[in-house]
Design a protein around this ligand. Structure first.
Ligand code: NAD
Ligand code: UDP
Length: 360
């Protein structure tokens, strides 16, 4: 079975490609590297001992998509490609609507043309807006508080319409909670550009001395210690959820939506303490104002995925923190360090440019 993975060089995509290859799938990655490095895919190859095709193509590039679909016999698509920074989406909403929504439409058009009707889509717990009740189940009210969230909501609706128009489609919508952690080899992990917006990448940068101290956004929430509570999930557990969703897509048609979370909530201070324990370093922090738009508590009811996909998250918070730390400690500059080596052509991967040339 050949699976096209859009955004496969990114954080969640690269971990999912590892699990797909390990499970014996053939993988084709499509990514324009707008928020990732080809190095992540070289590392995926090292971890798995497998080679795979990589296309440097945007989902906004119709001709590029046509090339990918015409050159490969694709059985299903896992669609990660998109922009994901909430703050940037408020500053530049059209960029987000264009990339995430127009890109998904073009991808689905190409899938329709080539009769590829199995899709796993990366959605987000952000579609629950400000949750009234926790744990959050899939039938909770939906809303968006920013353009990024609105792209996810709109795409979910577009996919529902697509199925209504042609009931041969089989679509899984996966709503992720807070992915953290990294592959236990320490070879791949989250590599945000600039100063991280998210909690754990920020903590890892403090732990290796790249940032001075963590700012905790508010300690006056109605939670156990006053800091925000979230449902952190190990990225490898999350990746496994995609394989389970894929199996379901091969077995039946329809649109199904699943929460991928652990069902447990941890506060910011609990994450800091656990991280300190796992890395043996002190994480200096100060308490600052609440971050606008943040909710006090957000965690999932993951029982639907357990029942229908036979999937549940296995890894505990200690392992999540230890793996995030290992990745950061081994790759203090992220993937950039080895960029030149890979572009010089030492790898055995083949990165195919849109014009057909090999990048390396
Ligand atoms: P990421 O930025 O690491 O990965 C996204 C990948 O898509 C990157 O490699 C990027 O280069 C690529 N990409 C972006 N636009 C593209 C385009 N037009 N054409 C081709 N490739 C393109 O992000 P991630 O954390 O791995 O997230 C993957 C998906 O999961 C995204 O859709 C994101 O919105 C969603 N998601 C992420 C989180 C999270 O906390 N990480 C939570 C919920 C949902
Ligand atoms: N957070 C924090 N300092 C940071 C980044 C995040 O205190 O530098 C808090 C944030 O207020 C929230 C939690 O950590 O309570 C998780 O935030 P993150 O941005 O990682 O995820 P999301 O807001 O998307 O749930």
């Amino acid at each position: 079975m050949a699976i096209l993975v859009t955004g496969g060089a990114g954080y969640i995509g690269s971990h999912t490609v590892v699990e797909l290859l390990t499970a014996g799938y053939e993988v084709i990655v499509l990514d324009n590297f707008s928020n990732s490095s080809p190095m992540s895919l070289k590392r995926v190859s090292e971890i798995t001992g497998r080679e795979f095709k990589i296309y440097n193509v945007s989902i906004l590039d119709r001709n590029g998509l046509e090339k990918v679909f015409s050159e490969n016999s694709i059985h299903a698509v896992i669609h990660f490609a998109g922009f994901k920074a909430v703050g940037e989406s408020v500053e530049a909403p059209l960029k987000y609507y264009q990339n995430n929504i127009s890109g998904t439409i073009l991808l689905c058009e190409m899938m329709q043309k080539y009769e590829v009707k199995r899709l796993v889509f990366s959605s987000s717990a952000t579609v629950y807006g400000v949750p009234k009740v926790v744990p959050i189940s899939e039938d909770s009210p939906l809303s968006a508080t920013n353009p990024y969230g609105r792209t996810k909501l709109m795409i979910e609706e577009i996919l529902e319409d697509l199925f209504r128009s042609d009931n041969r489609w089989s679509i899984s919508i996966l709503r992720y909670f807070n992915p953290i952690g990294a592959h236990d080899s320490g070879k791949i992990g989250e590599d945000p550009s600039g100063i991280p917006n998210n909690l754990v990448p920020y903590i890892t940068k403090v732990a290796v001395g790249k940032l001075r101290e963590l700012k905790i956004f508010g300690a006056d929430y109605p939670t156990k210690d006053g800091t925000g509570v979230r449902d952190y999930i190990h990225v490898v557990d999350l990746a496994m959820g995609h394989l389970k969703a894929l199996e379901k897509n091969f077995a039946s048609t329809g649109v199904s939506t699943y929460n991928l979370g652990t069902g447990k909530g941890y506060s910011v201070l609990e994450i800091v303490k656990t991280f300190e324990k796992m890395c043996g370093e002190k994480i200096p922090y100060t308490i600052t104002e609440r971050r606008p738009g943040d909710v006090a508590v957000c965690f999932s009811d993951p029982s639907k995925a357990k029942k229908e996909l036979n999937w549940s998250a296995k890894k505990e918070i200690e392992e999540m923190c230890a793996d995030s730390w290992r990745w950061q400690a081994k790759n203090q500059e992220g993937y950039d360090e080895e960029e030149n080596t890979i572009l010089a052509g030492t790898g055995n991967l083949r990165l195919i440019q849109n014009n057909g040339d090999f990048l390396y």
